[in-house]
Design a protein around this ligand. Structure first.
Ligand SMILES: O=C(O)CCC(=O)C(=O)O
Length: 313
């Protein structure tokens, strides 16, 4: 099955609607992922007020969050609650459409964009109990618009408005990260430039009759520089792995969760050590602190309720 995408009829959404038990391909093997059944403790991952990032105190909190957890919840980011609700709403509306309508956005196996589910790369793979809609948003000339839902009809404009606002928040956060590490303010922004890639992923976790055996998303680290998660307000499920254990991330309504992804570990370490070593001789210690702290693993526990998230990276 390597490289194939399972037919949609064979994956979570249809199975859930029929109320059937998931096939074995969805069952988590305990040894690989830790127990699915046990509810781990909640961790208070740091909360950063993005409206205070000019203050030394908040920058210090940011630095500490990044060099310990590799993630934080951002409040005070200035994106209106009504827009965040709208983003959730258009996502929910899309996933509740009949399959025939969703098929119009069907994932293309070669570029991985569009509506679909887990991409199968190995016979042994444990499948995610999750359907997703994955779209390139920036650079805008790389959008594959025939994969963007036309229904609901305000889907596109809502997503663009949200991602443009999010981009400004991310720019401010990147600048603050640089400041907090005593690097040049634009060290990240310069690197991303005008053509920075921003992709959006809506994840929909259908109700599941075997939540004791199945994960919404199996443990993974993100390939991005930074992933920003907008969580469902009502249902928790996100877990992060650190200090040898899984912990639940509590939902704070309207907060955005920022996770450092793999590229922070690889790309910027190379960038700094090869490209700018002379500029930051005394900063390497901070860099290695930061780059060892990208979020190690994240997974999604599912509950019987329906929910979805929007991620942008
Ligand atoms: O849906 C979530 O909350 C987690 C999403 C995630 O980790 C991912 O899409 O990579």
């Amino acid at each position: 099955m390597a490289g194939l995408v399972l037919p949609l009829e064979g994956v979570s959404q249809e199975i859930a609607i029929n109320g059937d038990n998931p096939p074995q391909e969805f069952f988590v093997k305990e040894s690989a992922f830790g127990s699915v059944d046990i509810s781990p403790p909640t961790i208070p991952i740091p909360v950063i007020d993005a409206s205070m990032l000019s203050s030394e105190g908040e920058l210090e909190k940011l630095r500490s969050a990044l060099t310990t957890w590799g993630c934080f919840q951002a409040i005070g980011h200035g994106i209106p609650s009504s827009l965040l609700d709208k983003v959730s709403e258009v996502g929910k509306e899309f996933f509740s459409l009949p399959m025939e309508e969703k098929r119009k956005c069907l994932l293309s196996a070669c570029d991985g964009e569009g509506f679909g589910s887990d991409v199968v790369v190995s016979q042994e793979q444990v499948l995610d109990w999750c359907n997703r809609l994955f779209l390139m948003v920036f650079p805008d000339d790389q959008r594959i618009l025939n994969l963007w839902p036309e229904n609901p009809n305000d889907f596109g404009e809502t997503l663009i408005e949200y991602t443009m606002k999010l981009r400004s928040v991310m720019d401010a956060v990147f600048e603050a990260i640089a400041k907090s590490l005593r690097l040049e303010d634009d060290v990240f922004l310069k690197h991303f430039g005008e053509k920075a890639v921003m992709q959006a992923r809506f994840n929909f976790y259908p109700p599941c009759p075997r939540t004791d055996k199945v994960l919404g998303l199996k443990p993974h680290s993100d390939k991005s520089c930074i992933t920003v998660l907008l969580q469902d307000k009502e249902v928790e499920g996100l877990q992060v792995f650190g200090d040898n254990q899984w912990s639940r991330v509590p939902t704070i309504p309207d907060a955005l969760i920022f996770n450092l992804g793999d590229q922070m570990e690889v790309r910027f370490q190379v960038h700094v050590t090869k490209g700018h070593k002379k500029c930051y001789p005394e900063k390497n210690f901070l860099w290695s602190e930061l780059t060892n702290c990208s979020v190690e693993k994240i997974r999604k526990k599912i509950f019987l309720a329906k929910f979805h998230n929007l991620n942008a990276c």
